[in-house]
Each structure stands twice: as structure tokens, then as C-alpha cells.
Design a protein around this ligand. Sequence first.
Ligand code: FE2
Ligand code: FE2
Length: 166
Amino acid sequence: MSQRKSVDDLFVHMLSDIYSAEKQLTRALGKLARTVSDPELSGAFKTHLEETHGQVERIDKAVESTGLRLKRMKCVAMEGLIEEADELIEEIEKGPVLDAGLIAAAQKVEHYEIAAYGSLCALGKLLGHDEAVKLLKETLEEEKATDLKLSKFAESAGNAKAAGKG
Ligand SMILES: [Fe+2]
Ligand SMILES: [Fe+2]
């Protein structure tokens, strides 16, 4: 039905979706940190877990600044991405190959988030939600930095070891 009548409705819908995604990630990132073998990679997941808690708070603040209200909903895309990471954990024994798989899974997550926050910033700007945009942009930059960090892991440790060179 036409629950998303206005751009504001769409903005709330997308914010509610990424809120759910971040909440799901607070659980998933802890599991990734415990599962990977490379201690540096594990540390990177822990760092991003901390950041993710802050990102949830930022969404709360952003919503507050707009006077809008979040909807209760589940981000099914994030549920699927996490499910795929779980499949890897079930199928591959712990070690460098699993690490490489989980780096890829985590990068898919970051790319989803980057797309979501990028769109939210654009919509928020359109709507004049300047304070919210400022907060969402901070998170967007964290997601980009995390993706970049993961790319470095993928290029060095993870993939070299997975190919038997490490
Ligand atoms: Fe996030
Ligand atoms: Fe993230």
C-alpha cells in the first residue's frame, strides 16, 4: 500500500531500514571477530563493532533532529548478507581461506551501507534535514574507511595466505 507517499516517508523508511541493518551488524561483527584467525583482522572487526554502536546512536540523534519517527522493520538485505557469511563459517574450516571469505562478506556489507547512507544523505539534503545529514555523513565516512581497510586485508594477508603464499 501507499505508506511511502512523500519523500519524508521514504527518508524514514530508509533510515529505519539501515537502523535495523546496524542492529543486526552489532551481533554479526562480534561473531566475525571471534571467528577469523588473523588477529589484526579480528581487531579490525572489533573496532568496527565499536563504531557500529556509535552509528546506531547517530541514527537516533539524526531522527531526533528531524522530529520524525522510525518504523519497526527488518532490513532483509542485511539479514541475507549475514546469512551468507554464516554459510561460509559453516562450510569452511577456520583459517586463512575462511578469513578471505569473511573479508569479502564484510565488504559486501560495507558496500550496502555506503549505498544506503549515500542515498540518505542525498534525500536528507533535499528535505533540508541538515543536522541529520551531518551525522549520516560521519557514518558514511566510517563505512568507506572500513571498506578501504578491508580492501587492504584482502590484497595482503587474506588473499596471500589463501593462495598458500602466507
Ligand atoms: Fe554501519
Ligand atoms: Fe559498516
